[in-house]
Design a binder for this molecule. Structure first.
Ligand SMILES: O=C(O)CCC(=O)C(=O)O
Ligand SMILES: [Fe+2]
Length: 221
């Protein structure tokens, strides 16, 4: 490999350039058929097994002492990725390479990636929120990969993204169909999950930079 060539093991330039450009220009990116269908199927099958074995936990909001279950804000059940399957390891390898490429292009100093499977049962939603707060940002770039093999037009459960300067202005509505991948700056882009009519599956993940809060290292979760 010559020094002027960049070599990516998984991603090619045609996929990464639009993602990086969109992150810089407007703070978010959404791409259909961004990820391999076979990998999405394997991840979806794993989530189905985890659910059957009751290995999903109801998701909380807040952190530390302030963690609470609030079904009126957030209704999903989750399982943190822990590299326990080949499919997880493949997905995490893809994200590790994406992290590297974002760092090269944007100097964000992304340091690690954490992610969980999520399942929204019928009727569930996640009200409009930011994934981190300015000045206390530990989560820098948010990601979502959808795993649902089919999604009817009346299925609901879209993710709505809002303008970074006007949190009332919707800028995109993303259908949670398998292979679609979204990423955005965690402290800039308000977003929400609209009520779903069908069980809705995804992997939500965050590229982090370790931030020290008052001398303590910010806890991971
Ligand atoms: O599943 C989605 O579309 C977004 C989930 C989300 O916003 C989150 O888990 O913070
Ligand atoms: Fe979020």
């Amino acid at each position: 490999m010559s020094q002027t060539q960049t070599h990516h093991a998984y991603w090619d330039e045609q996929q990464l350039t639009p993602l990086i450009d969109a992150l810089v220009a407007r703070g978010w990116y959404a791409g259909e058929t961004f990820l391999d269908v076979g990998l999405c199927q394997d991840l979806h099958a794993e989530l189905t097994r985890l659910e059957a074995r009751q290995q999903l936990q109801e998701a909380a909001i807040g952190r530390g002492d302030e963690r609470t279950l609030r079904r009126d804000i957030r209704g999903d059940a989750i399982h943190w990725l822990d590299r326990e399957s080949l499919a997880q390891r493949r997905y995490l390898a893809l994200m590790a390479e994406l992290q590297q490429q974002i760092n090269i292009a944007l100097y964000l100093g992304l340091f690690e990636f954490e992610a969980h499977f999520a399942q929204y049962p019928p009727g569930a939603f996640y009200r409009k929120h930011y994934d981190s707060f300015r000045g206390r940002a530990n989560r820098i770039v948010s990601t979502v990969l959808y795993l649902n093999p089919d999604w009817p037009s009346d299925g609901g459960g879209e993710m709505a993204l809002y303008d970074e300067h006007d949190s009332e202005r919707e800028v995109a509505r993303v259908v949670p169909r398998a292979g679609t991948f979204v990423c955005f700056l965690s402290d800039r882009i308000p977003h929400e999950v609209l009520p779903t009519r069908l069980p809705r599956t995804s992997i939500a993940g965050w590229f982090r930079r370790n931030a020290s809060l008052g001398g303590r290292v910010d806890p991971a979760r």
